[in-house]
Write a protein that binds this ligand. Structure first.
Ligand code: URA
Length: 183
C-alpha cells in the first residue's frame, strides 16, 4: 500500500474507534509532506487546532512557520502532528491514559512516514521518546532510537513566554536545518 493510502486508512481507523478518549474534540491527524525526512511532533491540539482540524495553526504554529522560513524550508515541506490527536478540553496537559490511547496510532503514523529525524516539541513529546530526558538540558541535542534520530526542541509556546528560551529555540531550529542539509 502506498503511504498516502496507508495514512488515510489510519485516519479512518482513529475516526472509527469509539473507545478513544476526548470524544468531544475533533480529530487533528497531522499534515504536511508525507515524504519529508523531518517529522515534528507536538503535545496535543489546542482550541484553534481543534476548530481547524489542523496541527499548530495558532501562535505556536506561526512561530514554527517563521523559523522554517528562516532556514529556507516551507511549512508544507515537513510533516507535523501531535502525540495526542484530540484536544484535551480547557487546554489541560494530556494525561497518561490519553497518551497511551493514541500511542498505537502515532507508532503506525511514524512507521508509515518513516522520517529520518523526529523533532519532539516540548517536555511531553520529548519524554514520550526519551523518558529520562530533561527538556532544558537535552533540547538541541541529537539522540538515536532504533536507527532514527530524535532531536528534542522546546515547545514554541515556551519560546513565546521568554527571551532566553526563544533564543535557544531559534538556535536549535538552525541546527536542525544544518543536520538535515547534511543527510
Ligand atoms: N500545541 C501543540 O502541542 N500542538 C498543537 O497542535 C498546537 C499547540
Amino acid at each position: 500500500m502506498n503511504k498516502k493510502l496507508a495514512l488515510e486508512k489510519l485516519k479512518s481507523e482513529i475516526e472509527a474507534n469509539t473507545k478513544l478518549p476526548l470524544k468531544k474534540s475533533n480529530l487533528v491527524f497531522g499534515e504536511g509532506d508525507i515524504n519529508s525526512p523531518v517529522m515534528f511532533i507536538g503535545e496535543a491540539p489546542g482550541k484553534n487546532e481543534d476548530l481547524e482540524k489542523r496541527p499548530f495553526v495558532g501562535r505556536s504554529g506561526q512561530l514554527i512557520n517563521k523559523n522554517l522560513e528562516k532556514i529556507n524550508w516551507k511549512r508544507g515541506g515537513v510533516y507535523i502532528t501531535n502525540i495526542v490527536k484530540k484536544r484535551p478540553l480547557l487546554n489541560r496537559d494530556p494525561n497518561e491514559k490519553e497518551i497511551e490511547s493514541f500511542k498505537p496510532y502515532l507508532t503506525k503514523q511514524i512507521e508509515i512516514i518513516n522520517p529520518k529525524i523526529i523533532v519532539p516539541l516540548g517536555r511531553f513529546a520529548t519524554n514520550y521518546f526519551l523518558p529520562t530526558a530533561k527538556i532544558s538540558v537535552d533540547q538541541g541535542k541529537i539522540f538515536e532510537i532504533d536507527g532514527r534520530k530524535i532531536f528534542p526542541m522546546f515547545h514554541p509556546a515556551a519560546a513565546l513566554r521568554g527571551t532566553k528560551v526563544m533564543k535557544q529555540f531559534e538556535a536549535s531550529f538552525k541546527k536542525l536545518g544544518r543536520i538535515v542539509d547534511n543527510f
